[in-house]
Design a protein around this ligand. Structure first.
Ligand code: NAD
Length: 405
């Protein structure tokens, strides 16, 4: 796999060619404030002790406390975490929230652990890092394979160690344990608000045919929200493959089918397709919502979508960006499109610190104008510099960070 941190730095290089920023800012953004690697011993159910490798990267806190999810994945490694932490720094700036950027992870396939082992591992991550975490210092959240339950274990462990009872150190908690209403669908919903705001400007019709890669938190919620709003989700996939129906899939029934069968394959009225075929399916909007580097120099030329919206972090390589730019396919970048998640995480942190609980309606009513505003600012900025939306988003973010520095 291409090194995601190198990709992130290439994106930064491209922006500096379009607009000048101070050397101090660019130098600072080329490396994290600190990157921490830890080992976490876990006593497994069979009595043996296994050592896991974990990470926390605190990238930049110019705008506020470090903020960013924790990823559990067998391929997670330091360069991926650094890239994700860099993007978080820009994402918080784009969203206009008073947070900096960070990210964490553990190299583990959580499906291979029992629930007890997973809980011990999650609590172990917090024990190693509790000194650097805190509501005003560093506020982790969920990411790939980390659930509200895991966040609740982590928040509990942190409270035990520090005595801090604000619950504001971890976001993405279950709602009965200090979580915010609306955090579950926030990333998918924020993406929909961004799409809705930019739809006409990027030349998409009133009713779109949508293809989504990823059937996790982000993919499923996005699929449901797009369907509810009259768009047809014609193909969707998980890591094992996908399904296609040119008239649109019933997402609720598909989710039940996956629960029963463990895979999307064989869903009534649909055709099984591979992830490669899915990405190359003709549609109005393609939404990668799974992993990094899935659209690259090998397949970017074959993309038939009219536009792409990145709900995953880093799904397009810099080479793919260039190919799609030349083909005239607009790409709504991750740091804008998926910033609804961190925005509602920020709402959760704010509610915890003020000891408040907002209704789902209040949360969504606050989210909508923020996403709309971010989308329009970026569209204008891209026009001003005659460039693509990714560079437009980077410019908006870097201007905010530079002004604060
Ligand atoms: P998740 O663990 O809930 O789901 C990931 C999905 O991707 C699963 O359906 C999995 O089967 C699928 N997948 C894995 N490998 C794949 C492959 N090679 N091809 C196709 N599908 C594959 O994770 P999530 O929280 O939905 O996150 C997905 C992406 O969105 C990640 O890039 C994450 O960083 C980003 N993101 C998540 C949030 C959030 O709030 N959860 C916020 C912002 C960005």
């Amino acid at each position: 796999m291409q090194n995601p941190f190198q990709n992130a730095m290439e994106q930064l290089d491209k922006v500096v060619k379009v607009r000048n920023f101070s050397d101090e800012l660019i130098k600072k953004l080329r490396q994290p404030d600190r990157d921490i690697r830890i080992s976490i011993p876990v006593k497994m159910d069979n009595g043996s002790v296994k050592i896991f490798e974990g990470y926390r990267v605190e990238y930049n806190n110019t705008l506020g406390p470090y903020k960013g999810g924790i990823r559990y994945h067998k391929d997670t490694e330091i360069n991926e975490v650094k890239a994700l932490a860099f993007w978080m720094t820009l994402k918080c700036a784009v969203a206009g929230i008073p947070m900096g950027g960070g990210k964490g992870g553990i190299t583990v396939d959580p499906k291979e652990l029992s629930k007890t082992e997973l809980e011990k591992l999650s609590r172990g991550w917090v024990r190693r890092l509790s000194d650097i975490l805190g509501p005003k210092k560093d506020v982790p959240a969920p990411d790939v394979n980390t659930t509200p339950e895991i966040m609740a274990w982590m928040a509990d462990e942190y409270e035990k160690i520090t005595g801090d009872r604000t619950r504001a150190t971890f976001t993405g908690k279950p709602t009965d344990k200090g979580g915010s209403a609306g955090r579950g669908p926030a990333t998918g919903l924020g993406g929909f608000y961004v799409f809705d705001s930019l739809r006409k400007q990027i030349g998409l019709p009133d009713k779109c045919k949508v293809v989504i890669q990823g059937f996790g938190n982000v993919g499923v919620n996005a699929a449901q929200i797009f369907s509810e709003n009259g768009h047809a989700v014609i193909a969707i996939s998980d890591s094992k493959g996908g399904v296609y129906n040119e008239n649109g899939l019933d997402i609720e029934k598909l989710a039940e089918h996956k629960k029963r069968n463990g895979s999307l394959s064989g869903f009534e009225g649909s055709k099984d397709i591979s992830n490669e075929e899915l990405l190359e399916t003709g549609c109005d909007l393609l939404i990668p919502a799974a992993f990094e580097n899935v659209i690259n120099d090998a397949n970017a030329g074959k993309i038939k979508a009219k536009a792409i919206m990145e709900l995953a972090n880093g799904p397009l390589t810099p080479e793919a960006d260039e190919i799609l730019f030349k083909k005239g396919i607009p790409v709504v970048p991750d740091i804008l499109a998926n910033s609804g998640g961190v925005t509602v995480s920020y709402f959760e942190w704010d509610q915890n610190l003020k000891n408040e609980h907002w209704s789902e309606k209040e949360v969504f009513d606050k989210l909508l104008p923020m996403m709309n505003d971010a989308a329009q600012k970026i569209f204008k900025k891209a026009k001003e510099y005659s460039t693509d939306l990714r560079r437009g988003a980077f410019i908006v973010a870097l201007e905010r960070i530079q002004a604060k520095m």
